[in-house]
Design a protein around this ligand. Structure first.
Ligand SMILES: Cc1cc2nc3c(=O)[nH]c(=O)nc-3n(C[C@H](O)[C@H](O)[C@H](O)COP(=O)(O)OP(=O)(O)OC[C@H]3O[C@@H](n4cnc5c(N)ncnc54)[C@H](O)[C@@H]3O)c2cc1C
Length: 391
């Protein structure tokens, strides 16, 4: 039922120019303002306008609908670079692109024509609304219901932790159209849910890190969704459609992890060469060298695993195992490198005037999103055993 994923390539020169433009933007516009935004926990409206101009809201959407149609490997490089400075702002277009992917991969032609161009330009921005107060990892345990009523569905229930929940205006919404169905996933459906009467946005959730981007509760109370907004106009496929973008989603979180791991390494490398104790730069102490050696290796391994998964994705190969490994390894690398970099900074690592404390607060999210790392290891092991049966 899903269209085959077109193999995507990019001309190397075009890729270089695009990455250079993103790097310039990060250097000139993002880096100088990140401390101010992050500490104020203020939504970066000014940067969103610039992200539209760069085409980031259409990064992985097909050029047929005005997107850049980037391969996953180029997209991952963009996410890596931005996250090495400020991971939060990747959240403004990452889950937005997962909404677009669900429509492009599983939507009807009418749905694609209606939504994809507006999503690609950033005119409509949104995200993915799957998690509920009582169901995150166990997604099939959601309680939100959609009951057919003529040419509409009436939707009731609550979603939580939804990225772009306040600033976004449209979501891919996972519901139960048949709450009694067994197996449970057969009763699940996915809707395109723009903000209409019946949808109330709760307050912005306060977080340890991942500041500025709005995470919110969305309450649906007799929300009437046109039946034409049921993705693919078919019930019972929602679980499959919502998780159909999981490989790209995991590559995306892995790329965030690589960014943080590399950013933390860069900060530590600079600091260790300028901070002196006992008459020499601390990078000349063996204890610090051991840390830097491990951090550099972890960052490199995370990058290679992530690009390996992205390249397999771009070739149209099945890459769930590679993407899971990349997500797991890169997110743990982010957490470990952020922690070690903070220790190398000594007391200054604990200061809000230095960048490393932000990376330290942002890193743990990569271990939670797109499948917690507890689940990730179990999924990797199951797949691994399946592919390596005892002879
Ligand atoms: C900042 C932020 C942004 C988010 N953005 C979005 C978003 O845009 N859209 C969205 O839908 N959701 C979003 N989420 C929610 C996120 O996807 C969930 O938090 C995640 O799926 C985990 O679910 P949970 O928090 O309910 O944890 P639970 O599922 O309750 O898990 C709790 C713990 O138990 C472990 N666990 C659970 N089941 C098993 C098992 N079978 N075996 C072993 N261990 C297990 C987990 O690994 C975890 O350690 C966001 C969360 C955060 C923090």
């Amino acid at each position: 039922m899903s269209a085959p994923v077109a193999v995507r390539r990019i001309d190397p020169e075009q890729e270089r120019e695009l990455l250079a433009a993103v790097e310039r933007w990060v250097d000139q516009e993002v880096a100088p303002r990140v401390l101010e935004y992050d500490h104020a926990d203020r939504y970066p409206h000014e940067l969103v306008g610039q992200m539209k101009e760069l085409g980031l809201f259409g990064a992985t959407i097909s050029p047929d609908y005005g997107g850049l149609g980037l391969p996953a490997s180029t997209y991952a490089r963009i996410v890596m670079h931005i996250s090495s400075v400020w991971m939060s702002i990747t959240g403004i277009f990452n889950s937005h692109l997962m909404l677009a992917l669900a429509i492009e991969k599983f939507g009807t032609d009418v749905q694609k024509r209606e939504w994809l161009a507006k999503l690609a330009s950033g005119e409509v921005r949104g995200g993915l609304a799957l998690t509920e107060p009582d169901a995150g990892t166990d997604l099939q345990g959601i309680r939100m219901t959609a009951r057919r009523d003529g040419d509409h569905y009436v939707i009731n229930g609550t979603k939580t932790w939804i990225s772009n929940g306040i600033e976004g205006s449209c979501f891919a919404l996972l519901v139960k159209t048949d709450p009694q169905a067994q197996p449970r996933h057969k009763g699940m459906s996915l809707f395109i849910a723009p903000k209409l009467p019946g949808l109330t946005v709760g307050k912005k959730l306060e977080k340890l890190g991942y500041k500025c981007i709005d995470s919110a509760e969305l309450v649906f109370n007799n929300y009437r969704a046109p039946a034409a907004n049921l993705i693919g106009e078919v019930e019972g496929q929602g679980f499959y459609q919502a998780t159909g973008g999981l490989e790209l989603g995991r590559i995306n979180v892995a790329a965030r992890g690589v960014g943080i791991a590399e950013g933390a390494l860069k900060l530590a490398t600079e600091y260790a060469q300028t901070r002196k104790t006992f008459g020499k730069p601390i990078c000349e102490h063996q204890a610090i060298q051991l840390k830097l050696g491990e951090m550099a290796t972890r960052a490199r391994a995370a990058r290679l695993l992530t690009l390996d998964a992205a390249n397999a994705f771009d070739c149209g190969e099945r890459c769930d195992l590679q993407a899971g490994m990349a997500k797991y390894f890169a997110s743990e690398a982010a957490l470990e490198n952020a922690t070690e970099s903070m220790r190398i900074h000594g007391a200054y690592g604990y200061s809000k005037e230095y960048h490393i404390e932000r990376l330290f607060r942002d890193a743990p999210l990569t271990c939670i999103g797109e499948g917690t790392n507890e689940m990730q290891r179990i999924i990797i092991a199951r797949q691994w055993i399946k592919r390596n049966p005892a002879v």
